[in-house]
Structure formats: structure tokens, C-alpha cells
Ligand binder design. Sequence first.
Ligand code: FNR
Length: 180
Amino acid sequence: MRKISVLVGSLRAASINRTYAKALGKLGADLFEFDYPSLDLPLYNEDLWPDPPESVFALKRSVEAADAVLFVTPEYNRSFTPATKNAIDWGSRPVGQPSWPGKPAAITGASGGAIGTAAAQAQLRSIVVGRGMVLMGQPELYYSFKPEGIDAEGNFTSDKTREIMRGFLEKFSAWIEKHG
Ligand code: FNR
């Protein structure tokens, strides 16, 4: 079964993006094996490379072992979060050993607002493509989070939402088949 490294760009315990990412993982459990590496990494600092933190290796291992990467981004001030950018920065180094090039990738994200991270995703796209990932441009998937939209067991409660999410995961599976 294909492996997806899911990068959730929020560090907080009650993250709606982590809840959303886990619900996607549950819905797509027959398609993919999902790994959720921590993005709780020190702020990128070149001086740390002589003795890098284990969390950096854990991230790079997860991405390199995966067939594809799924970014699940919150939106901060109309952009993606520092946690996501910091993870991309760590994964792009050391020079000559980046983790990203050639990886099929997709982006989604959740916010409480009506546009569901559209501004954050638009900015993240250019960074992801610039790192050599093979980004699925369509379908775009913006999740406007409401607490009642995902139940205590981590299932999407609406049939329509499940259908849309399932469609996204199936398209991503086809994308990986073609570009992986
Ligand atoms: C936000 N939030 C937010 N939401 C949005 O839709 N557009 C935005 O530009 C912003 N800006 C923003 C800045 C900062 C610094 C914070 C902390 C929050 C609200 C954000 O969507 C909300 O806090 C989510 O719950 C964050 O995702 P997690 O951490 O719950 O996954």
C-alpha cells in the first residue's frame, strides 16, 4: 500500500487541521498508509547540522520513505504557517540531500473562516513546486471547519463532505500512480 507523509502545519494539541488530517486518514485508510511526522522542530539554524535534532531526521525519514506528501495547512495572516515553512527548510538540506524533489504532493487545509485556507494554499503552492515536488493542482480542497463536521470517532458527518474528500483522495491516488 502506498505511503503518504502528512505534514500538518499546526503545533497545538487541539489543532483543527490535525483533526481534519486524521479524518482524511480514516476515510482513505483503504487507499494509503498515512504517517504524521511532527513539525515541532527547532527554528532552522545551519549551526545545528553538526548534531541535528532527532526530530529533523524523523521528518526527513518520513518524507523519503513516503510515495507522496500531503500538506495540511492552517492559514495565519493570509499565509501558511511558520511550522510548515520551517519543515520545508529543514527538508531541503543538507545541500545535495533534499527530501522533496520528485515527490508527488497535494495541499489542503482547514480554517474556521469561509475561504478555508485558500490564501495560505495559494502561497504554499509556489514553494512546493519550487522544491521540485510534483504538485496536484486540481482538485483544490478548502475545508471550512465546523466542530459538528467531524464526530468524536474522527469521521466526517456529512455524506456530501465524505464524497468530496473521497474524490480528492482518489484523484491523489491516480496522480501518484501517474507521477510517482
Ligand atoms: C489565524 N487564523 C486565521 N484564519 C483565517 O482563515 N485566515 C487568516 O488569515 C488567519 N490568521 C491567523 C493568524 C494567526 C496568528 C492565528 C493564530 C490564527 C485563525 C486560524 O484559522 C485558526 O486559529 C485555526 O484554528 C488554526 O489552525 P489549527 O491550529 O487549529 O490547526
